[in-house]
Structure formats: structure tokens, C-alpha cells
Design a protein around this ligand. Structure first.
Ligand code: FAD
Length: 510
């Protein structure tokens, strides 16, 4: 293992949507040295890796930012922060225009205006959205990008950020990075619960399986306040392929029906959570499986669906083709996913103020890692990246940097040496990961229990996850790729315990 010490003004952890946009903003508004650490490669990492087909958060003609706040608040049954939602909503259209300037193709209607899908969405050709953002960042002279560098911890003393520690997965390097200010943009957490598909298919999930909740875990370990982890995101998806259902429901007008052919969506409601809840209830009451009704749709709609899914979830198109039956001859079976923790859809994440400052001085949070502000999606993540970057630039002008001490560096090196040293482990990292997912599934409201849980089950879950934390101390890695898997497991375990604690703390249900 090599060790390297780096000093920078602004460190951005995670080069996804929010991280890239934060770098762009900070570079254009300062002369600071900026460093992005990204565990994958910024060209194709995080939620945008495979592309997206719409910008879900946009203020369409005749609407106002306050309308967006009202919508998000209603959808979340009031569990939101209005101040965060409004500061985000006010920037949605500006960041959209910037994306277009950078090269994103936004579809236009016959009047040359952005083609809207409903009240808040606009259509894009978004397969290359991430390469576009990455190219813009790579052109900036004062921004350095370290790809395949996984941040494992932040350095904090007296509640003041000092930098972070990271491992270079391909160059076997331990990095100690001093930074005056840090923006965390590591996305949300997938893989806490047992996913829909088993074994080798387990990564066929909606949320990126490599967004493992690292940012949450780092903050939790150092006492940052988190919010609303009990508001988990459970997506309604096409069975097996886990392909999105919005294009069928909103795009093609397909209704949710049960096995008796009854439309049940009107009975339970149409908000994101009501659509899942209704499906769970119909199954529980013996009227499953549930479907989106595509039987009888027109050949034109059928054709556009085949194309739309080829763009965004090809396995669904393949499933239709492979079945030998037309979409108009069969309904699409639907199911809920395992629960994710993701602040861009629900409200879970760091507690932040309107500058996206966390409760640790000098640490800012943007995008899915940041809480209180659901339904932010791509453009909301960019907006938060912009807000955090502008605040970070101001912070640096007013605060001197703090140094990381040798003792702290040495203890992180010692931890790595323990994991990569003699192999004393009875278990593999994958075995403990499976055990964690089984515990969360059975006792903390996973798919197995129809997302239900009670206090006694949560007690068991917490006890078992704590046991797994102890076992994870003894894991062994043969190389730095395996070392990253150990850190990923350990951060998921930390997040699991917070999820359990938040679930336990909220006593009423909606
Ligand atoms: C499949 C899918 C489809 C979507 N479709 C749409 C859509 O059509 N329209 C829309 O508006 N929104 C869509 N969204 C939502 C939107 O893409 C996200 O809300 C947004 O991209 C989140 O941005 P982020 O920067 O917070 O996270 P990300 O873009 O995921 O960035 C997080 C980054 O952090 C990196 N990282 C994580 N941990 C570490 C670590 N320890 N060290 C270093 N780096 C780390 C990751 O590799 C990643 O690059 C979709 C999301 C998903 C998952």
C-alpha cells in the first residue's frame, strides 16, 4: 500500500449529478483548488450512469416554484421542509437551461418550447447526460478528478471538518486529504434490504447498487444530525425487470388492476406511496397478482412503449419480445421493490439548512444524500449542488483550514492493514451482506413482511445488525477492490442501525 497526502481548498465526495454541478459552480465562482473523489468514473457513475429520459422536476409554463413545493408536500403527506423545497424549486429552470447549453438534447414542441410530460416533467434524450456533465467538469483547469477513489471516512474534530480518507482501488493507495471545506454528494443507499432478485441477479435493482450510503455513514459516525430515515422509498416496478412504471401509468394511461380485472388505484389513491400501498393490500387480501393494464392499447402506443423501454430499461422490452405476445395482449405485472434510503425521492438524509450546510461546520450536503427535500430528482440535485458550492466558496473566504493529525492518519492506515493482513475471518463480506439483508427484510419491514414491522421486530433487527457490525471487524480483503466491499458493508450496517432507530422513533402512521 502506498500512502499519499493531498491538500485542497474544496473536496467534493462523489462525482455524480450533484457533485459534478457543485464543481462547475465553484470553479466558475472562485479560483479555489477543487478536488472530486469518485469511487467509479465520473463519465458513467451513480444514478445517471445509464441515462434518464426526462427531467422530472421543472417549473412548466403557467406554474410557479411554490406549486412544486405544494405538490411535493402533498405527495409526502406533509413530511417535508418548505424552506429547502422552495430554495431548490427556484433554481430548477436555470439549471435546466445550463444543461441544454452543455449539450443535453431537450425535446421541443411545435412552438419551440420544451415538450412537457404532465405538469412538472420535460422530455429529454438523456442517454448521454452523465458524459455531458463529466466533460464539462474535466475542462475546468482548477478541478482535479480522482476516479476509482473510494472515500471511507471524513476527518472531523470539535465538530469542524478537516478533510477525508480514501482508498485508490486500482493503485492500492491510501489517501489522506486535507480540505478547508467539503461537499458530500455520495447519493443514497441501496442494498440494505434483501432485493427483489436473488444471487447473481441481485444488482438488478432500481437504485444504483454501488450507492451504498457511504455519505450517511460518515456523517453518522461523526455526529452529524440526520433526518427522516423512516421515510423509505419503495418503488412500484414491473415484476422481475424492475423497470419503471411511470411511462406505462402516466405515458400510456395504463390503470392499476387486480387479478379480477378491477381498477384498484382509485380506491387507494394515486400518490407515489398510495400506488405501492394499494398493490400490497390487494395482494394481502387475495386479489393479486396486480398489473398495469396494457391489454387493448393501440399499435402506436405499443410501438412507443417498446422504444421508450429500450431507451431506459431494455430488459422490459426484451421480456415483451421474448414472451411472444404483444403488449396489447398481456398486462404488465407489478411489484414493490425493497426499501431504499434516498433523499432525492423521499426526505431521508443529512439535516441541512437552506445553504445545504450540515450540522458539522464546513460540511455541506447535496442531492440524494441530503434530507428534508423530496422529489428533487436530477435538476433538484443540480440545484442543491449549486447552492452548496456557492455556500462553500463563501465559507472558505471566512474560515482558515484545519489540519489532520498524524495519529488520525495512522489509525486509518492500521485499520486497512488489519483488513488486508492475516486472514482470520470465518465469513466472507458477501455472506455478511446477505445476513444483513435477511435481517432487514425479516425484522425491519422488507418485502417479506409487506413492509410492515413492529417494535419487537425492530429490537431484534438492531441486535442482529449490531452483531454483524462486530463480525465485520474481522473481515479479510485480498486486494483493494475487496477492501472497498468491506467498507461498503460496514457503511450499510451503520445506515441500517439509523433506519431502525428512525422507524422506531416515529409512532404514528400515514
Ligand atoms: C434508475 C434511475 C432512474 C432515474 N430516472 C430519472 C429521470 O428520468 N428523471 C429525473 O429527473 N430523475 C431520475 N432519477 C433520479 C436522479 O437521477 C437522482 O435523484 C440524481 O441523479 C441524484 O444525484 P446525486 O448526485 O445525489 O447522486 P448520484 O448521481 O448517484 O451521485 C453519487 C455519486 O457518488 C459516488 N459515490 C458513492 N459513494 C462514494 C464514496 N464512498 N466515495 C466516492 N464516491 C462515491 C457514486 O459513484 C456516484 O457517482 C433516476 C434515478 C435512478 C436511480
Amino acid at each position: 500500500m502506498k500512502t499519499e497526502k493531498i491538500k485542497t481548498d474544496l473536496l467534493i465526495i462523489g462525482g455524480g449529478a450533484a457533485g459534478c454541478y457543485a464543481a462547475l459552480t465553484a470553479a466558475e465562482n472562485s479560483e479555489l483548488n477543487i478536488l472530486i473523489c469518485e469511487k467509479a468514473h465520473i463519465k458513467r457513475s451513480g444514478c445517471l450512469a445509464a441515462g434518464v429520459n426526462a427531467l422530472n422536476a421543472y417549473i412548466t409554463e403557467g406554474r410557479t416554484p411554490q406549486d412544486y413545493v405544494d405538490y411535493a408536500k402533498k405527495d409526502a403527506d406533509g413530511i417535508v421542509r418548505d424552506d429547502l423545497l422552495i430554495t431548490m424549486s427556484e433554481r430548477l429552470n436555470k439549471v435546466t437551461e445550463r444543461l441544454e447549453e452543455l449539450g443535453l438534447v431537450i425535446l421541443k414542441d411545435e412552438n419551440g418550447k420544451y415538450a412537457a410530460r404532465g405538469n412538472r416533467n420535460i422530455k429529454i434524450n438523456g442517454e448521454n447526460i452523465k458524459p455531458i456533465l463529466a466533460a464539462a467538469v474535466e475542462k475546468l483547469p482548477n478541478v482535479t478528478v480522482l476516479n476509482r477513489v473510494n472515500v471511507t471516512d471524513i476527518s472531523v474534530s470539535d465538530n469542524r471538518i478537516k478533510g477525508a480518507f480514501a482508498i485508490g482501488i486500482e493503485n492500492d493507495t491510501f489517501y489522506s486529504i486535507e480540505a478547508n471545506v467539503v461537499i458530500i454528494a455520495t447519493g443514497g443507499a441501496a442494498g440494505l434490504y434483501k432485493p427483489n432478485n436473488p444471487g447473481a441477479s441481485r444488482h438488478k435493482m432500481w437504485y444504483p447498487p454501488f450507492n451504498t450510503g457511504a455519505g450517511y455513514a460518515m456523517g453518522i459516525r461523526h455526529g452529524a444530525e440526520m433526518t427522516t430515515f423512516e421515510m423509505r422509498f419503495i418503488a412500484l416496478r414491473c415484476k422481475d425487470t424492475i423497470a419503471p412504471t411511470g411511462t406505462l401509468a402516466q405515458g400510456a394511461g395504463a390503470k392499476q388492476i387486480n387479478s379480477q380485472g378491477e381498477i384498484y388505484e382509485t380506491k387507494y389513491g394515486l400518490t407515489t406511496s398510495e400506488r405501492v400501498y394499494g398493490t400490497v393490500m390487494e395482494n394481502l387480501e387475495g386479489r393479486g397478482p396486480c398489473y398495469l393494464k396494457t391489454e387493448g392499447i393501440s399499435p402506436e402506443t405499443e410501438d412507443s412503449l417498446l422504444k421508450a423501454y429500450l431507451n431506459m430499461a431494455p430488459s422490459q422490452t426484451l421480456k415483451w419480445v421474448e414472451s411472444g405476445r404483444k403488449i396489447s395482449e398481456q398486462n404488465v405485472e407489478i411489484e414493490g421493490t425493497e426499501p431504499y434510503i434516498v433523499g432525492g425521492h423521499t426526505a431521508s438524509g443529512y439535516w441541512v439548512d437552506t445553504n445545504r450546510a450540515t450540522t458539522i461546520k464546513g460540511l455541506y450536503a447535496a442531492g440524494d444524500v441530503s434530507g428534508g427535500c423530496p422529489q428533487k430528482y436530477v435538476t433538484g440535485a443540480l440545484a442543491e449542488g449549486e447552492i452548496a458550492a456557492l455556500a462553500a466558496v463563501r465559507f472558505i473566504s471566512e474560515n482558515a483550514p484545519a489540519n489532520i493529525g498524524e495519529a488520525e492518519i495512522n489509525s486509518h492506515i492500521a485499520e486497512i492493514e488489519r483488513f488486508t493482513g492475516e486472514d482470520n475471518s470465518f465469513y466472507s463480506t458477501e455472506q455478511l451482506e446477505e445476513a444483513m439483508q435477511t435481517v432487514m427484510d425479516s425484522y425491519a419491514g422488507g418485502i417479506k413482511t409487506n413492509y410492515r414491522f413492529n417494535a419487537s421486530q425492530l429490537d431484534i433487527a438492531d441486535r442482529r445488525i449490531t452483531e454483524l457490525e462486530v463480525l465485520s471487524e474481522k473481515l479479510h480483503a485480498d486486494d483493494f477492490q475487496e477492501l472497498m466491499y468491506i467498507y461498503e458493508l460496514r457503511e450499510r450496517l451503520t445506515v441500517c442501525r439509523s433506519v431502525i432507530a428512525h422507524l422506531r422513533a416515529r409512532h404514528e402512521t400515514r
